[in-house]
Ligand binder design. Structure first.
Ligand code: CIZ
Ligand code: SF4
Length: 308
């Protein structure tokens, strides 16, 4: 937290811990939020890991220190718990680039297609899909679909292009991507790689295809964490919250962010002050309408069936 003293941050954290106990909340935080917020969480991880951990916990109330689409995932897997968001408007810009009507139009044009949707999408969009995928399993999911089946892949066309490259399959896509990852050009990535020749370059598949091809590994955030557990010299090509988390955990390792501009503005709206406010006021509760919840859950279950 910029412009806030260490003592103030400590006080804020203590206040949150006491509010959390008083109101009996299980707090989940995403890898991309500010590390001070990660510090007060009961669990830090990627969107699906967070939702599953909350489901495993005994707590009846869950506070999601992340953006709206991840709150929806948490509610989806915790239908009987009260699920609160920290911020009323923080959401994923990628997830909101496409509306449900655009997808329905695509489905009308390709009625026999399987619709694969990235987990980080609005619940309404996922409800229109037949299989959910994550950044870690997108290639595997597409490979499991019979060759003769058309595939609509939404919403991130960079992940889609990476999947096409890996599988040799042609995907039907919309032109949308994540501004945080898409802004990194091949030239910039190549310069950083040249500057640190004996480092491994890890990038998220939301990066451009030419950047993915340049990288040593194309990984989800949880896969990047596992990689850094085992390696000492790494360039991290994803949102800087993950770099901050790993730098704090491994001060002795040589870690470099691919770019300090890889900042998701909505993730950074999740501040300690907002966490304290949400707990004190017990808002903003997130609810999923029954039909949307049912359909997006069945899309997620198809993913688990395919993965076995
Ligand atoms: O799924 C997530 O939480 C995100 C944003 C990316 C990833 O690869 O973990
Ligand atoms: Fe969405 Fe990109 Fe932010 Fe992730 S980093 S939450 S995909 S805008």
């Amino acid at each position: 937290m910029y412009g806030t003293s260490k003592a103030e941050i400590t006080r804020s954290k203590e206040k949150i811990i006491s509010l959390k106990r008083e109101h009996n909340y299980f707090i989940i935080a995403h890898n991309y939020v500010d590390t001070d917020v990660q510090d007060i969480a009961d669990y830090v991880g990627d969107s699906l890991q967070m939702a599953l951990k909350a489901a495993d916990s005994d707590a009846e109330k869950v506070l999601v220190a992340s953006i709206k689409i991840m709150g929806e995932s948490a509610k989806l897997l915790n239908p009987d718990k009260k699920v609160l968001m920290v911020h009323p408007y923080a959401d994923c810009r990628l997830a909101n680039l496409n509306n449900v009507e655009e997808l329905r139009e695509l489905k009308r044009k390709h009625p026999a297609a399987e619709v694969v949707c990235y987990v980080n999408s609005a619940a309404e969009l996922r409800a229109e899909s037949t299989i959910t995928c994550t950044s870690a399993n997108c290639v595997k999911i597409v490979q499991a679909i019979p060759e003769d089946k058309q595939i609509i892949f939404i919403p991130d066309s960079n992940i889609g292009k990476w999947v096409e490259y890996q599988t040799g399959r042609k995907l039907i896509m919309l032109d949308s991507n994540c501004y945080v990852h898409h802004q990194i050009s091949f030239v910039e990535a190549n310069q950083t790689k040249a500057q640190f020749p004996d480092f491994s370059l890890l990038v998220h598949p939301e990066c451009r295809l030419e950047v993915c091809k340049l990288a040593d590994e194309v990984l989800s955030t949880s896969q990047m964490i596992n990689y850094v557990n085992e390696h000492d010299k790494v360039i991290l090509g994803t949102e800087t919250g993950l770099y901050d988390q790993l730098r704090k955990r491994y001060p002795q390792k040589l870690l470099v962010p691919l770019s300090s501009r890889m900042v998701c503005e909505d993730m950074k709206l999740i501040s300690l002050d907002m966490v304290a406010k949400a707990l004190a006021e017990e808002q903003y509760e997130i609810n999923l309408d029954g039909e949307t919840g049912k359909k997006s859950l069945s899309s997620l279950q198809r993913m688990w069936e395919i993965l076995g």
